[in-house]
Design a protein around this ligand. Structure first.
Ligand code: EPU
Length: 436
């Protein structure tokens, strides 16, 4: 109902205030340096893990993204206060007064909230956590987290949308994951840090962000062997043995790949500083096959894109395979590559929604089940499109660089959740892009 005296325009304007968009007006070759920020999918876990140990923890190379602020709000409700003394740094003060409850309003805002489960349960002996929801690309079950914690002695019950768990003290266990889940590996290893005895996690995830978390925990006083391998062995310690940590977050390989993809479609030459080529080996190999000239140095990755990319076939897999989070970028590169490429998604079968948006830009992409067939066209054609999630949003920006005319991207709050100044970084290397 319209308020008395208001005009239709003013009323609807007030209710549906237009969201900011990102406008891309194509691009010539890119040139210059992009500094890669710290990894979202590491820093959020490091933050959650400060629940284990009282005192002031200091994290550097922290990306300026909305998800860090949301995790900060969740931790504040639990008893860990976050401050940002300077850009790129956060201090997390665990007051020692930890409340093992993660309420719905905070949990539903961020998937990584599930990472408080392991630390809260092992520290407090109980936890009440609102069930995390799915994502736009499909259901995100947590059965592996629960089965692993049950093997360590936890008892779970669900009621009224909340997951409640109890265990006076968790005990060590030999756990083999059915699938190398990132989140389950993280929850089980953080829980094992204060468990009684030794826990082994076999077929665990090996992503670089897992190793970053392991190194953070070791600095805290945890005893972990097998870091970077498919079997982690964690010997439980007492809480009194833990100490607060200062740690530099590992670089974001997905953001690094975004700048490589941008260079691929726009052409040019970039220094992607801070990127860890050794943590992106398989992707770099495939990008090389597509025609990118890549040099890995101690400082980062140097990329030259002189000609139109060639199509390849690619399949997503857990690390060290090609990450599912790279896939929207790869499909966008293939949309303007020479030839036909087939992309197979092995982690989230529903993660193709952004394909409809690419089609609006003139891409020739067909999906069937967990495959996409992409016939490259020389150039896309700008149009209004929507960001459906973080990675799909970044792919729309890259697609805009490959398009003639104007591409206006809405739903950019998704991009802000995980990208630290994507627009500013691309502007600085010559892209015609702005927020408006
Ligand atoms: N799975 C289960 N049961 C579980 C856990 C996972 O069946 O208990 C399945 C999932 O349904 C999925 C697969 O295992 O099919 C992989 O899930 P995983 O647990 O490895 O993923 P996650 O921890 O929920 C993290 C990242 C995702 C990234 C995936 C895969 C964070 C916060 N999220 O999710 O990143 O796609 O690993 O690499 O770290 C993003 O950053 O945009 C993002 C979605």
């Amino acid at each position: 109902m319209r308020p008395p005296g208001s005009t239709a325009g003013a009323y609807w304007g007030a209710v549906n205030a237009p969201e900011e968009t990102i406008v891309v007006r194509g691009s010539g070759p890119l040139s210059g340096t992009v500094v890669v920020p710290g990894a979202k999918n590491s820093v959020l876990k490091l933050m959650a893990t400060t629940i284990l140990c009282d005192g002031h923890h200091e994290l550097t190379n922290v990306p300026d993204i909305v998800d860090v602020a949301i995790m900060g709000d969740l931790l504040a409700a639990i008893g860990v206060e976050m401050t940002r003394p300077e850009p790129g740094k956060v201090v997390l003060f665990n007051t020692g007064d930890v409340v093992p409850v993660a309420p719905y309003e905070l949990v539903e805002r961020i998937r990584a909230s599930i990472n408080v489960l392991g630390p809260l349960l092992t520290r407090c002996g109980e936890v009440k956590l609102s069930m995390p929801g799915g994502d736009d690309f499909g259901a995100r079950p947590i059965d592996l987290h629960i089965a692993g914690l049950e093997a360590m002695g936890a008892e779970f019950k669900f009621s009224h949308g909340y997951l409640e768990a109890r265990a006076d003290r968790l005990h060590g266990a030999d756990i083999t994951l059915d699938f190398p889940s990132v989140g389950a590996t993280e929850n089980l290893m953080t829980a094992a840090v204060l468990a009684d005895g030794v826990t082994t996690i076999d077929n665990c995830a090996r992503e670089p962000e897992i190793s970053d978390l392991c190194e953070f925990l070791v600095s805290m006083g945890a005893k972990i062997e097998g870091i970077g391998t498919a079997t982690l062995r964690i010997e439980g310690v007492d809480q009194a043995d833990l100490r607060p940590v200062a740690h530099r977050t590992c670089p974001d390989r997905i953001q690094a790949a975004t700048y490589l993809a941008a260079c691929s479609v726009a052409g040019g030459e970039l220094d992607v500083v801070g990127a860890r080529g050794d943590q992106m080996s398989m992707l770099l190999e495939r990008f090389g096959e597509m025609g990118l000239d890549l040099t890995v140095t101690d400082a980062g990755i140097h990329v030259i894109a002189e000609e139109r990319a060639r199509s390849i076939d690619i399949a997503t897999l857990p690390y060290p395979g090609i990450a599912t989070d790279y896939k929207p970028l790869i499909i966008t590169m293939l949309a303007v590559a020479d030839g036909v490429g087939i992309v197979t998604e092995n982690l989230y079968p529903g993660r193709f929604r952004y394909v409809e948006e690419l089609q609006r830009l003139g891409a020739d992409v067909r999906t069937s089940g967990h495959h996409a067939v992409i016939r490259g066209v020389p150039r896309l054609s700008g149009a209004p499109v929507k960001a459906h999630d973080i990675r799909a949003g970044a792919a729309m920006v890259v697609a805009g660089l490959a398009a003639e005319g104007e591409t206006r991207i809405s739903g950019i709050h998704h991009i802000d959740r995980g990208y630290d100044d994507l627009v500013g970084r691309l502007q600085a290397v010559g892209a015609l892009i702005e927020r408006s």
